[in-house]
Design a protein around this ligand. Structure first.
Ligand code: ATP
Ligand code: MG
Length: 329
């Protein structure tokens, strides 16, 4: 009997892992390894839905694996996979696509956002991206999916797909739940603080886990704080810096600077410098671990090979069952 809960989550290899990814989702990936069976994916077929460069994609996959190991994803306990190496992901996505109404996909907010961001890169894959995500999760029978809150509409869609599939073909899949901490589920961009921090908004919008201390100081110094002359409440940029400061362990400084803010004496440069130093200290062990690992090609190869077999077996079992209930194969 399988009693442990199952977990799946993925990360797009579209740049470097950033603080938003880490605080919003990936630190939960690490914590959940203690009590659950986890499959974690570098989801390269998701990365190709927005404009990309094949050479960069190849190195981004490697860098993502490095980031994941550096923060503590343990390939001996969790299955770490590269999505494109397991054809069952796209196979199941095709099947789920045949029962997913187009209207469900058209109302997904990320579809609207991404099609506005890249109007000349509008294609079927961008629309059906959440179906591939549903396949990623359902392939491993995951009960829980650790994600940031931008993924909630996709999770809801996955649950709707499960209900529809089970209704049409009999109980086959379980409905997965999103797993996140409210206070860190949405970190905002440094350069456009009304949007969430994202790899695709470019490196100035985020602090990468591997950024050197000087790069971190520069990025935080440049972070947008004011929105205009007539500010009544705290601007999103200032609010984001305060939240970051507290999330990376600077609670005391947070309290002191918040007192200054309320007294009207806060100098943004103090908030920025304090936040930058707190982030640097927080990331230092990760950065060191990352450097050690970068020199160890074998550890990187081992990391993705060890999980592949296990994940592949799970994926094949799911597909055998799905084909049987559909009467194909
Ligand atoms: P992209 O711009 O390529 O979509 P991304 O920065 O949004 O990159 P993803 O790979 O799409 O990163 O997401 C990986 C995980 O990180 C997801 O669970 C997502 O919800 C979470 N996440 C992404 N951005 C943030 C953020 N700003 N705050 C909290 N969680 C986030
Ligand atoms: Mg994203």
């Amino acid at each position: 009997m399988h009693s442990k809960k199952r977990v799946f989550s993925g990360l797009r290899p579209t740049g470097r892992m950033h603080l938003g990814n880490y605080l919003g989702a990936i630190r939960n990936w690490v914590a959940m390894q203690e009590t659950r069976d986890c499959v974690y994916g570098v989801v390269d077929y998701h990365a190709i839905t927005t404009p990309f460069n094949p050479e960069e994609l190849r190195s981004d996959v490697r860098e993502m694996v490095l980031d994941l190991l550096a923060v503590g994803v343990d390939p001996d306990r969790s299955a770490l996979i590269i999505q494109s190496q397991l054809p069952e992901h796209t196979e199941l996505a095709w099947i789920l696509g045949t029962i997913t109404p187009i209207s469900w996909l058209e109302r997904v907010p990320t579809f609207k956002e991404k099609s506005e961001m890249h109007p000349d890169y509008l294609h079927l894959g961008l629309l059906s991206y959440p179906v591939l995500m549903a396949a990623d999760i359902l392939l491993y029978g995951a009960n829980e999916v650790p994600v940031g809150d931008d993924q909630l509409p996709h999770l809801e869609l996955t649950r709707e797909i499960v209900r529809r599939f089970n209704h049409m073909f009999g109980e086959t899949f379980v409905e997965p739940q999103a797993y996140f901490q409210k206070d860190s589920a949405r970190i905002m961009s440094l350069s456009q603080p009304e949007k969430k921090m994202s790899k695709t908004l470019g490196p100035d919008s985020y602090i990468a886990l591997g950024d050197a201390p000087d790069a971190i100081r520069k990025k935080i110094r440049k972070a947008v704080t004011d929105v205009g002359p007539s500010e009544e409440s705290m601007s999103p940029g200032v609010n984001n810096l305060f939240r970051l400061l507290s999330l990376v362990g600077g609670q005391e400084e947070h309290t002191r600077l918040m007192d200054d803010y309320e007294a009207g004496t806060l100098r943004y440069v103090d908030l920025k410098d304090t936040t930058a130093e707190a982030i640097i200290a927080f990331l230092e062990p990760i950065r060191q671990r990352r450097e050690e690992l970068a020199a160890d090609e074998e550890a990187l190869d081992h990391a993705v090979q060890s999980g592949h077999e296990l994940a592949s077996q799970m994926a094949r079992e799911t597909m055998a069952n799905v084909r049987a209930v559909l009467g194909v194969g």
